[in-house]
Design a binder for this molecule. Structure first.
Ligand code: ATP
Ligand code: MG
Length: 181
């Protein structure tokens, strides 16, 4: 469905502030401001982002830091590219475990005494959804010092049709919602 991407990302990013605050984690986010109308499935995009931010909050101890950045740039004609970065200063992932974290039900520590909730399905879902968008995801991590996920997802842009009475040359992509039926 047509939707405005950057406002959606702003809302998503800001909706996590209270979670991080409640855990004593410093949270910074930056999101491109320029509105971009695209065809998007906001539920899927929300699942991708919320799984990554939830993991960051789960695997980062108090006093840690989490950064979220979302930037949207023009892609090939009729498309734009979303680059997402979720970076934390959490517990990190060992190099032998790293390739497996996207597997369904895989958890680095699966002992009965592990202190983290969950079933190990979040990242499997994220990869599936990123694949569906024809996107890419990669991860770098250092055990004991933190993890960074980078995603790129492209979206089809939708032409913004000028609404009557709102002609303002050069501004047409800024505010008006697309008039599609
Ligand atoms: P679920 O998402 O189903 O609630 P989960 O968070 O354990 O459970 P995934 O999100 O799929 O499962 O992540 C798989 C495993 O990868 C986690 O259990 C954890 O061991 C590791 N992991 C994921 N994100 C991070 C991170 N940011 N820092 C450290 N380890 C992580
Ligand atoms: Mg998870």
């Amino acid at each position: 469905k047509p939707g405005e991407l950057t406002h959606f990302l702003q809302l998503m990013a800001s909706s996590f502030a209270s979670l991080f605050e409640s855990k004593g984690i410093t949270y910074h986010y930056t999101v491109s401001l320029q509105p971009v109308w695209v065809l998007m499935d906001s539920d899927k995009l929300e699942q991708i982002i919320s799984n990554l931010l939830t993991n960051a909050s789960k695997f980062t101890p108090t006093k840690g830091q989490v950064r979220f950045s979302a930037s949207v740039e023009p892609g090939q004609t009729g498309t734009c590219e979303l680059q997402l970065i979720v970076q934390d200063t959490g517990i990190g992932i060992g190099e032998h475990q790293l390739p497996r974290i996207f597997d369904r039900f895989y958890q680095v520590d699966d002992s009965a005494t592990r202190s983290f909730e969950g079933t190990g399905i979040g990242l499997a879902l994220v990869t599936e959804l990123v694949d569906l968008h024809g996107g890419q995801i990669n991860v770098e991590s250092t055990l004991g010092s933190g993890t960074i996920f980078r995603l790129s997802i492209s979206f089809e842009t939708v032409p913004v049709v000028e609404q009557s009475g709102q002609e303002s040359p050069g501004q047409e992509s800024l505010a008006s919602p697309p008039l599609l039926s």
